[in-house]
Design a binder for this molecule. Structure first.
Ligand SMILES: Cc1cc2nc3c(=O)[nH]c(=O)nc-3n(C[C@H](O)[C@H](O)[C@H](O)COP(=O)(O)OP(=O)(O)OC[C@H]3O[C@@H](n4cnc5c(N)ncnc54)[C@H](O)[C@@H]3O)c2cc1C
Length: 365
């Protein structure tokens, strides 16, 4: 049995942010990632201003170019029911390829002293603190545990179906060549899904590149060409594209009530709750949740609070600062799936009153 005071399961954004926050306060952290990190992930790669602020704190100085050189996204366009809604993204977001973002955080965690190990899968967890953790690389014991294993892992199985058939949603993304134009995040909505398109730069490459990333019901489409065919304007735009990467996909995408704590474990990022991706806040929530968990467990590390008290503090802070984003995104999603007879007049008004559209965008921040 190996011992490690603090273990984080999952070396994505939330796990790395947690480990960095705690390690910078001198705590020994073991970060376990099941795959070879980084790897390509389904993501719109829209990095909000809130997320950029945290990244600036977390990334090693020599990796700061990732933020500085990233394409800035100062506006959003929503294409729905033949209408185009426009909104400012203020302060502007950035577009950063996930492969590069995950790699930079992982590297920064290592240089902050985190014991970050790849290709170690956590198989099961016992106890409520201390924890016994069975992995593909033997057993560990830890005083505190953070679950940052994402929206879909062997550790976060979906709730029982109770006989009700659940809609199955999937995510798919790829990069394509497209001549550079005025940068914006473009969201194409259709019955049963949406596809986000935005420019993205990759180190050492010139020429235009866009990321197309879709969330779609499995009975509606399962590939990007199927997705493009669902929206006339997107179909037209994508005709000029040539692929620059293989597509990656993920399923199922499951929405459930956010849960910041489970059996004494702090839940962070998508493992705590998966926010509707069209609001472009998942990365920010993962970084903020990871940092918050690191901060709260810091008080346990210093002996100022028990594990239970540290977990309670995290739960309260999560509810106060992160839950409102989930509420705002659900409200907007409900509006988007209203019957056409109600939705269309609303879109008509929004198209003519950008101030109202800007307000809705701000509500998701
Ligand atoms: C279609 C789509 C588009 C999106 N677009 C955007 C966007 O534009 N902007 C935005 O902000 N957010 C977006 N998101 C959301 C964003 O990608 C996630 O919120 C974010 O990746 C969450 O980070 P995380 O660290 O919680 O999880 P992840 O990045 O998924 O990391 C979890 C890690 O845990 C590892 N793991 C899992 N199980 C185990 C185990 N048992 N043992 C060890 N390791 C394990 C996994 O390999 C993985 O590396 C989008 C999501 C989807 C699906």
């Amino acid at each position: 049995m190996q011992e490690a005071p603090f273990i984080a399961v999952g070396g994505g954004l939330a796990g790395a942010a947690f480990a960095l926050e705690l390690a910078r306060n001198g705590a020994p952290v073991l970060l376990l990632e099941s795959t070879r990190s980084p790897h390509h992930k389904v993501c719109g790669e829209f990095v909000s201003a809130e997320a950029l602020g945290l990244l600036a704190e977390f990334l090693d100085r020599e990796l700061a170019g990732l933020i500085k050189d990233a394409v800035r996204i100062p506006r959003a366009r929503v294409f729905l029911d033949g209408r185009t809604l426009r909104a400012r993204v203020d302060p502007p977001a950035a577009s950063i390829a996930r492969f590069e973002l995950d790699a930079a955080l992982w590297q920064s965690a290592r240089s902050a002293g985190v014991d970050a190990r790849q290709q170690v899968t956590v198989q099961s967890i016992a106890g409520r603190g201390p924890f016994r953790i069975a992995t593909s690389d033997g057993e560990f014991e830890s005083r505190a545990l953070v679950n940052a294993s994402g929206r879909w892992s062997n550790l976060n199985l979906p709730p029982a179906e109770n006989g009700a058939r659940r809609e199955k949603w999937l995510g798919v993304k790829a990069h394509f060549a497209e001549p550079p134009s005025e940068p914006s995040v473009d969201l194409y909505f259709f019955e049963g899904g949406y596809c986000g398109v935005q420019p993205v730069a990759v180190a050492g490459e010139s020429g235009g590149r866009v990321n197309a990333s879709a969330m779609v019901r499995a009975d509606v489409a399962s590939t990007l060409p199927d997705v493009f065919a669902r929206h006339p304007a997107l179909n037209e735009r994508s005709r000029k594209w040539s692929p620059l990467s293989d597509p990656v996909s993920t399923s199922p995408l499951i929405f459930r009530q956010p849960q910041p704590e489970r059996d004494g474990m702090l839940m962070v990022g998508d493992a705590a709750g998966f926010v509707d991706p069209f609001v472009g806040d998942g990365i920010s929530l993962a970084l903020r949740g990871g940092a918050l968990a690191g901060h709260c467990l810091g008080s346990f590390f210093s002996g100022e609070a028990s594990l239970r008290e540290a977990a309670r503090r995290y739960g309260r802070a999560y509810e106060r600062s992160l839950l409102p984003v989930f509420r705002a995104s659900s409200a907007i999603r409900r509006m988007l799936v209203l019957p056409g007879s109600i939705r269309k007049p609303m879109l008509f008004i929004l198209e003519r009153t950008p101030a109202m559209t800007n307000y809705l965008v701000r509500k998701t921040r």
